[in-house]
Design a binder for this molecule. Structure first.
Ligand SMILES: Cc1cc2nc3c(=O)[nH]c(=O)nc-3n(C[C@H](O)[C@H](O)[C@H](O)COP(=O)(O)O)c2cc1C
Length: 201
């Protein structure tokens, strides 16, 4: 049985989607089986249509990325969760998906599985770390083994040196740069490596 990684994310305008793809690539590079999954969109069309970038992203990923299901969480032996920052916190879309997991939590599905988190916010200091820490609160309750990148590889410094998880500052609309995507790939590789070590122990 190989390591099975579920990369589960929400993205409105594409930044976290780019990071999620890079995390998935990193895990796949370690021969993990990988599922890249977006959570269900909850915002009304009126809100989405008011932002052309949001509408374009919703339309372009509708068929490209399958929606996350609870079965993905049962299937996976490791998790990577991505969310944009919303006032320093996890998006309601990802939280809604998480809030459907009570039965899995009760059944102990999450126990001892390694998990990691990543995010994007507009500002350089706009709450990336608090968002990851908020996401990680769920992982404590699930009994996961939280896998931060820390400073375990020099390439992380080029991406801003966030030890909590890969993060991007999207500013005026810039998409994740090469160093940040490399950090996200590393985070995926690192997660798969830790999952493999736990599997062998
Ligand atoms: C309701 C709302 C709240 C936000 N809160 C923050 C915030 O607290 N700090 C910040 O820097 N950016 C904030 N943003 C900006 C997004 O986090 C940022 O644009 C992010 O890169 C979007 O990721 P995405 O392209 O994957 O959707 C907020 C955006 C919205 C719509």
């Amino acid at each position: 049985m190989s390591v099975r990684v579920a990369v589960i994310y929400y993205s409105a305008t594409g930044n976290v989607h780019q990071l999620a793809k890079a995390v998935a690539e990193g895990a796949a590079a370690r021969d993990a089986e990988v599922r890249l999954r977006r959570v269900h969109e909850l915002a009304p069309d009126t809100a989405i249509d008011a932002n052309p970038a949001w509408r374009a992203h919703v339309d372009s990923t509708k068929d490209e990325v399958p929606e996350a299901t609870l079965e993905d969480l049962e299937w996976a032996t490791a998790y990577a969760f991505g969310t944009p920052t919303r006032f320093g916190n996890v998006t309601s879309q990802l939280k809604q998906f998480i809030d459907l997991t009570g039965g899995l939590w009760q059944a102990g599905v999450f126990h001892n599985k390694p998990a990691t988190s990543f995010t994007s916010a507009m500002n350089r200091h706009g709450g990336q770390e608090s968002t990851i820490l908020s996401m990680n609160n769920v992982l404590y309750h699930w009994g996961c083994v939280i896998v931060p990148p820390g400073y375990t590889d020099p390439l992380l410094f080029a991406a801003g040196g966030n030890p909590y998880g890969t993060s991007w500052a999207s500013g005026g609309g810039e998409t994740p740069d090469a160093a940040t995507l490399e950090a996200a790939r590393y985070q995926g590789r690192h997660l798969a490596d830790i999952a493999e070590r736990l599997r062998m122990s």
